[in-house]
Design a protein. Structure first.
Length: 95
């Protein structure tokens, strides 16, 4: 399981092209979160990694009731990979 400073990583929710999403819990208060963690391939692909960093920038600027809130960006020496921490909610598949 990956390590993200300040969070307990639980189970993997989804694999993506350059990141994997896990369900997690914030250690300080038990708040459920989604952890979008850059994958190995995402770290190796410079273009994909730049897109991930751009996503962080865009999410920091968005404040809309219909878009999931980014709570934090974690990128430190303890964490396994750069991680976007998002508010977690459960819903049905929209396909």
């Amino acid at each position: 399981m990956p390590i993200v400073t300040g969070y307990k990583v639980q189970n993997r929710i989804k694999d993506g092209g350059f990141s994997n999403v896990y369900r997690g819990v914030r250690a300080s208060d038990g708040r459920p979160v989604a952890l979008k963690i850059v994958s190995d391939s995402g770290m190796r692909d410079k273009v994909m990694y730049r897109l991930f960093k751009h996503e962080v920038k865009v999410l920091k600027e968005i404040d809309h009731p219909y878009i999931v809130e980014m709570l934090e960006y974690v990128n430190d020496s303890v964490s396994t990979r750069p991680t976007i921490v998002l508010d977690y909610f459960e819903s049905e598949n929209l396909k």
